[in-house]
Design a protein around this ligand. Sequence first.
Ligand code: ADP
Length: 470
Amino acid sequence: MSLGKLIKFRKTLSFRLTIWYAGIFTLSSFIAFSVFYSRIYSITMARADEELIEETEEISAALNEGGIGAVRAEIAEEAEEEDENNIFFRVISRDGEILATTNMSSWGNIDISHKTIKAQDSQANYVLQTLAIPGREYKARVISAPIGPKEIFQMGMILEEEEEYLKIFRNLFYLLFLVMAFVSGLFGWFIARQGLRDVEEVTRTAIEISSGSHDKRVRVKDRYEEIERLGNAFNMMLDRIQSILLAMREINDNIAHDLRSPLARIRGIAEMTLVREKSADDFKKMAASTVEECDTLIDMVNTMLEITEAEAGVAQQNIEEFDLAKLISDACDLFRPIADDKHIDINLSIPDKLHFRTDRKKLQRMVTNLLENAIKYTPDGGTVAISVLVHEGQVDIVIQDNGIGISQDDQPHIFERFYQSDKSRSTTGIGLGLSLAKAFAVALGGKIIVKSTLGDGSTFRINLPASSFS
Ligand code: ADP
């Protein structure tokens, strides 16, 4: 692995998790081993100490019964039985005179420690020490005990057996420790890889999407809960981005198809006037037509922007409280002159007051668009009825006409941008009114439902959720 790759690898989460896992596991094993070892050590030492104490008690009894002579005999007997390189006995007076001893040539200089003197002063029973003997491989355990008014008994034992025994344990621990560090490292790596495998798939999907596969999604089934949530959030974000991309593409198409014609018309008018007509009146007519076409264009562009903003969910919501009954009757008043011209009756069936809480301007645009259509697509002498139904905490604003109706084939398309069932039927529209109404309804958490029969009339129902009531 090159140095660059190694540095990169050290920065990976898998590596960090492995190190943490192996580190914590190894440290805990080390603590457990240390506790276990210290327990074995104390048990082993306690056993050696017991032997020393027992021997001390025997020598003390011999001194009490038969004086120093008996002690000498006892020590000599012990020395015969044991190897004097591994064990020693001696009795020293308080001022350093040796009263009895075994051969101590291999033991070096073993003093009576201050602790022993203090112990004798305080009438304590014994002092135990572990001493390193110069030139010897193993340490020695030495007991020093006052056994008479002047006499101090000392006995030392080389701890060969005990140290060998503890060494076996230590070596076993070292070995186990190494194996555990290695195994926990492997295990940690495996767990980290398992956990991060799914995250890597999210990354792979993101890379694939950025290189053009916009339809790709992260697989979320049979995943760990956290990864499932990450995948869902990621997929939701992708859906959203895709819908915005689609909306942008649609706008591009719309610009290509629908804005081109009014522009071409404006150009055509100007060209015709320049080429053929020269009078001031003709120029005035051309200017008037150009203004008219420009107004339509501005209207189109503004409405398209509003639809796109509402669909993309970036339009600001100005939630306010208002009286829905008044909003509807104001809209009717606005259209009454046009309806009167066509001898169309507008029947209102709404409560006196209906407190409502939503984006008032958006709702107003929806109602006026639908009302305008109802009047526009109803022949002279027809009827338009508006009612408000409150049910199960929802509200329906119903706009019904007995006009020309919409064919079954056209109904699925009327909410599409620039869709007009039959251009000859609509003289004034641009085919954006229903798209805008639908985009606003969805933005307010509702929907618009249409029922229509060609020749019999249409019913448009704006359905808004319970949260809109104040
Ligand atoms: P337009 O500007 O053409 O009215 P809309 O988006 O408002 O555009 O409506 C789309 C099409 O749906 C219209 O062209 C018309 O054919 C049809 N339509 C809408 N409302 C009605 C209605 N109340 N009765 C019959 N047809 C309707």
